[in-house]
Design a protein around this ligand. Structure first.
Ligand code: NAD
Ligand code: UFG
Length: 337
């Protein structure tokens, strides 16, 4: 079976590609390298001993996509390609809508043209906005507080509309909580460009000495220690969820929406402590004002994922931090050699 992985050279895409190869799938990675390096795929090939068909292309380009579908018989698509920085999306909304929404429309058009109607889409817990309560279930009300989140909401709606128009479509919307960690080899991991926006990469870069100290955004939230609580999920668990979704696709009638989280919430300070333990390094921090748009608590009810996909997260906070540290300490400059 041949799977097209858009954005497959990126953080979650590269880990999922590795598992797909290990499971025997043929994989085509399609990426414009706007936030990734071909080095991640070279390493995936070295780790698995299998070849990936790596294609440089843009999901916004019909020509690029048609070339792929013309030359390969693709059974299903896992669609990771997208821009994902919340702050940047507020400053450059049109770029986000064009890349994420228009890119997905192009992709679906070309898929339909070539008779491929099975897609797993990377959505996000951000589509729940500020949830009225936790843990969060799939049927909670949806909203968005920034253009990035809105692009995910729009794409979810577009994929639902597509099924209404043509019931041959089979769609899984995976709503990720907070992906962290790295493959246990320490050879692939998250390689953010510039100053990391997300907590774990910032902590890891502080522990390795690249950043002076962590700013903890807010210590007056209604949580057990006043700092923000999130559902951190190991990227290998998340990737396993994609394989389960892919296996499920042929049996799906319509659109299946699934939370991928652990169900366990940890605060910023919990993560700092766990990372210090895993790395043996001090992580200096100071309290700073709340970051605009942040919410107090966000964690999943993962029951449905277990019921419908037979999937649950297996890796805990220690493994998340140990694997992040192995990757960060052996690749202090990420994929830059
Ligand atoms: P990433 O930036 O590492 O991966 C995205 C990949 O898509 C990159 O390799 C990038 O070069 C590629 N890409 C972007 N625009 C493209 C385009 N127009 N054409 C072709 N390739 C393009 O990010 P990630 O963390 O691996 O996230 C993967 C997906 O999961 C994204 O859609 C993201 O929005 C979603 N997601 C991520 C998180 C998270 O916290 N990491 C949480 C929820 C959802
Ligand atoms: N935080 C800090 N200091 C930092 C960075 C983050 O204190 O330098 C705190 C935040 O305030 C928050 C927690 O750490 O309480 C997690 O923040 P992240 O930026 O790592 O993650 P978010 O939950 O804000 O957002 C992430 C992705 C979004 C996605 C969302 C839900 O960045 O794209 O998870 O999936 F939508």
């Amino acid at each position: 079976m041949t799977v097209l992985v858009t954005g497959g050279a990126g953080y979650i895409g590269s880990h999922t590609t590795l598992l797909l190869l290990e499971a025997g799938y043929d994989v085509i990675v399609f990426d414009n390298f706007s936030n990734a390096s071909p080095e991640s795929i070279k390493r995936v090939e070295a780790l698995t001993g299998r070849k990936v068909t790596l294609i440089e292309g843009d999901i916004r380009s019909r020509e690029d996509l048609e070339k792929v579908f013309l030359n390969h018989a693709i059974d299903a698509v896992i669609h990771f390609a997208g821009l994902k920085a919340v702050g940047e999306s507020v400053e450059q909304p049109l770029r986000y809508y064009e890349n994420n929404v228009c890119g997905t429309v192009q992709l679906c058009e070309v898929m339909a043209e070539y008779g491929c109607r099975q897609i797993v889409f990377s959505s996000s817990a951000t589509v729940y906005g500020d949830p009225h309560t936790t843990p969060i279930k799939e049927d909670f009300p949806l909203s968005a507080t920034n253009p990035y989140g809105r692009s995910k909401l729009f794409i979810e709606e577009i994929l639902r509309d597509l099924y209404v128009s043509d019931s041959a479509w089979k769609v899984v919307l995976l709503r990720y909580f907070n992906p962290v960690g790295a493959h246990e080899s320490g050879r692939i991991g998250e390689d953010p460009s510039g100053i990391p926006n997300n907590l774990l990469p910032f902590i890891a870069q502080t522990a390795v000495g690249k950043r002076e100290k962590l700013s903890v955004f807010g210590n007056d939230y209604d949580t057990h220690d006043g700092t923000g609580v999130r559902d951190y999920i190991h990227v290998m668990d998340l990737s396993e969820g994609h394989l389960k979704a892919l296996e499920k696709l042929p049996q799906i009638e319509g659109v299946l929406t699934v939370n991928l989280g652990t169900g366990q919430g940890y605060s910023v300070l919990d993560m700092v402590k766990a990372f210090e333990k895993a790395s043996g390094q001090k992580v200096p921090y100071e309290f700073a004002p709340r970051r605009s748009g942040d919410i107090a608590k966000c964690y999943a009810d993962p029951t449905f994922a277990k019921e419908v996909l037979g999937w649950e997260a297996k890796r805990g906070i220690d493994e998340m931090c140990e694997d992040t540290w192995r990757w960060q300490s052996s690749n202090p400059n990420g994929y830059q050699l």
